[in-house]
Design a protein around this ligand. Sequence first.
Ligand code: NAP
Length: 269
Amino acid sequence: MDKKNIVVSGAAGRMGKTICKMIIKEDNYSLAAAIDVLNINKDIFNLLGINSSRQVLIKKNLKNVIENVTVDLVIDFTNPEVVMKNIETVLAKKVKMIVGTTGFDQSDLKKVKKMSEKYEVPIMIAPNFALGAVLMMEFSKKAAKFFEQSEIIELHHDKKIDAPSGTAVKTAEMISESRSKNNKERDQDFLEKLKGARGADYEGVHVHSVRLQGLVAHQEVIFGGEGQTLKIRHDSINRESFMPGIKLAIDKIDNLEGLIYGLEKIMDI
Ligand code: NAP
């Protein structure tokens, strides 16, 4: 089987480095290029502490790179400010894309869907590539039918730029869609003595964001009903937790069409 030539955008970042390591280790994948605005012209193998006779120098210009190397797929883990531009650049070249960068709103997703249809190339965006996190969301969707009230607490490392996390927003959307009409949360008036004490409010689902050193990515969904609570919790204790989901996306993307939003779409749940 031919190796998949993969370009990683955001390669010098926390997620990017873990993804490059995974690609280098896998027999069926080849790291075609590494893009970042940091560590330009440094060898990614060197940066990762991997001995190799091959060199892949980090480049800044994604467009130049995809015009000049053999590339089957671009994986983007950069930041919300640059990701839309990267998507336009990659899809316009008819190259498939997997995006883990978070911070998309509904209008961004509409634009991406249009682009993937216009250029007839698939793109997969998932706010969370951890299989366990996807199951946590699915179980929360199921539980929401039976509980009147729910709150989400998401906890991440202190370098995360966006809040709430993409996973928390998606969970809130899924809970809201799944709640039965009789189960709509009744948000009573409360006296907020400290602004923000009740967190963000997505159609009655309150979302609380914790940012602390020492954390990676965690989320707890708490459901409350008469005389009982149910807690569903997922913890990513390191960035390797996202790799099986990313590999699943890499292996399935050739058979997909248009915009696929959410890892659950390609998991046989
Ligand atoms: P990070 O360490 O800040 O990595 C992002 C990297 O992208 C940085 O090296 C950054 O450089 C670089 N970058 C910025 N602009 C760029 C551009 N135009 N082209 C190429 N590279 C560029 O962040 P992280 O923790 O790896 O997370 C990256 C993204 O993935 C975030 O949006 C995060 O929320 C998301 N994430 C998603 C999942 C998931 O499962 N979907 C899991 C974890 C994280 P500078 O530092 O100079 O800006």
